[in-house]
Design a protein around this ligand. Structure first.
Ligand code: NAD
Length: 353
C-alpha cells in the first residue's frame, strides 16, 4: 500500500536515519530538507528514495559524513574546489556560497567542484544564484554505473550527466532549466519500475542493445547479469551535450571521467563546472530585465498547442508541484518506502508511516 506523507514528518524521519548513519544534526537536517524539496518539486527520482543508497555509500566509505569543501585553487574569479566525498547537498551549497560571494565582488565567477557525493537536484544550486540576481550555468558528470548509451552505441558508457541554466527574471520567478541529458533521469526509471509501469518508446535499450519499454532493464541486472541503458535526449545533439558535461564536469574539474566496466558500488560522485554572472556588473541590467520580461510575455501569448493548457517556462512545473505537494503531501510508493525502512534498520532507526 502506498502512502502520502506530510513533508515535515518525512524530513524528520530521513534526518533521523542520516544522523544515525554518521551525520551531525545540522548536516542531517540539510540533506533531509534537500531530498524532501526534490520530492516537493516533483522530482521523486532525486528525493527521499535516494536515502537507502546514501546509507550504503557511507557504509562502503565512498560517502563521508560531515566533510567540508576544500579550496584547492583561488585566483579571484576562478576557484578549484574539492567536495572531499561529502554529501553533495552540503558541499554543493558551500561551493555555491563561495562562488556567489565572488560573483558579487567581481561580476563573475567560474568554479570547478570535484569529488562531491551525489549533488541531487542541480536546479537547487541555480535557484540559490537566481535568488541573488545572478545567472548560473552548471555542467555535471556522474561517476557511478554507466547507464546511458552513446548515440550509435549499444550499451551504457556514461551517467545521466545533468545540465542546468538559471536566469533571474526581474519581478517574476526565475527561469530554471534543469535536466538529465539522458532521455529521462535514471531515478525516474527506478520509480517507474517500483510502480510496475512501462515507459514510452525511445527511452531505453535492453542488455542486448534492442529497444525496450521495461524500466527494469536499468534497475535490476538482466538474465546475463548485464544491464540495459538509457538513451540520450535529442538523439546526437543530447549525446553531444552529455559528452560536454563529462568533459567539463569530469575531466576539467579533476574529478575524473568514467572509462571502466560497471561495478556494484553504491557511491555516486558528481563533478560540476559552474559559471556565475552578475548582470548588474555587466552593465546591461536595465535592458536585460526589459528584454527578458518582454520575451517571456511574448512566449506566453502563444496559443496553447493541442493537448496543452498554456506555455510555461522552465522552473514553473517545479514551483507548481511544490505548491500542490506542500498542501496534499508527498506520495511514496511501497517499494521506495520499504527500502527507506530497511535503510533505517541498517543504522538502528525504526520508522513507521
Ligand atoms: P525533467 O525532464 O522532468 O525536467 C527538465 C526541465 O524541464 C526542468 O527545468 C523543468 O522546469 C522543465 N520543464 C518541464 N516541463 C516543462 C514544460 N511543460 N514547459 C517548460 N519547461 C518544462 O528533468 P529530468 O531530466 O528528469 O531531471 C530531473 C532532475 O534530476 C534534475 O533536477 C536534475 O538536476 C537531476 N539529476 C541529477 C543528477 C545527479 O547526478 N546529481 C543526474 C541526473 C539528473
Amino acid at each position: 500500500m502506498s502512502r502520502t506523507l506530510p513533508a515535515e514528518g518525512l524530513q524528520t524521519d530521513v534526518a533521523r536515519i542520516l544522523e544515525a548513519a554518521g551525520s551531525a544534526p545540522a548536516e542531517a537536517q540539510q540533506v533531509a530538507a534537500n531530498l524532501v524539496l526534490a520530492n516537493l518539486s516533483g522530482h521523486d527520482s532525486h528525493g527521499v528514495g535516494m536515502l537507502p543508497r546514501y546509507v550504503d555509500a557511507v557504509a562502503e566509505g565512498g560517502l563521508k559524513p560531515n566533510a567540508e569543501v576544500r579550496v584547492n585553487l583561488d585566483i579571484g574569479t576562478l576557484m578549484g574546489l574539492d567536495g572531499q566525498h561529502g554529501y553533495g547537498q552540503v558541499v554543493g551549497v558551500q561551493a555555491m556560497e563561495l562562488g556567489i560571494a565572488r560573483a558579487r565582488q567581481h561580476g563573475s565567477c567560474i568554479f570547478t567542484l570535484s569529488h562531491a557525493h551525489h549533488l541531487g537536484r542541480i536546479g537547487h544550486f541555480a535557484e540559490m544564484a537566481t535568488a541573488q540576481g545572478l545567472v548560473a550555468m552548471h555542467f555535471v558528470n556522474v561517476l557511478s554505473r554507466p547507464v546511458v548509451a552513446p548515440w550509435g552505441g549499444g550499451d551504457g558508457r556514461f551517467g545521466t550527466n545533468p545540465c542546468c541554466i538559471g536566469i533571474p527574471l526581474a519581478g517574476a520567478d526565475p527561469f530554471v532549466l534543469d535536466y538529465a541529458t539522458s532521455r529521462v533521469a535514471q531515478g525516474k526509471m527506478r520509480v517507474a519500475h517500483n510502480k510496475g509501469e512501462r515507459v514510452p518508446d525511445g527511452y531505453l535499450i535492453d542488455e542486448n542493445g534492442a529497444p525496450t519499454n521495461d524500466p527494469g532493464v536499468v534497475v535490476v541486472p538482466q538474465g546475463n547479469g548485464l544491464f540495459g541503458a538509457l538513451m540520450t535526449f535529442g538523439e546526437h545533439k543530447g549525446y553531444g551535450m552529455a559528452v560536454a558535461c563529462e568533459l567539463l564536469g569530469g575531466a576539467l574539474t579533476g574529478g575524473g571521467t568514467w572509462h571502466r566496466p560497471a561495478d556494484t558500488s553504491r557511491t555516486v560522485l558528481n563533478g560540476m563546472l559552474t559559471v556565475l554572472i552578475d548582470p548588474e556588473r555587466l552593465g546591461t541590467q536595465a535592458s536585460f530585465e526589459q528584454e527578458a520580461r518582454e520575451f517571456v510575455q511574448w512566449l506566453r501569448q502563444s496559443p496553447p498547442g493541442q493537448g496543452f493548457d498554456e506555455v510555461q517556462i522552465a522552473g514553473e512545473p517545479e514551483r507548481k508541484a511544490r505548491a500542490a505537494r506542500r498542501k496534499d503531501g508527498i506520495w511514496v510508493d511501497d517499494a521506495t518506502w520499504g527500502e527507506i525502512v530497511a535503510a533505517g534498520a541498517k543504522v538502528g532507526v525504526t520508522v513507521t508511516p
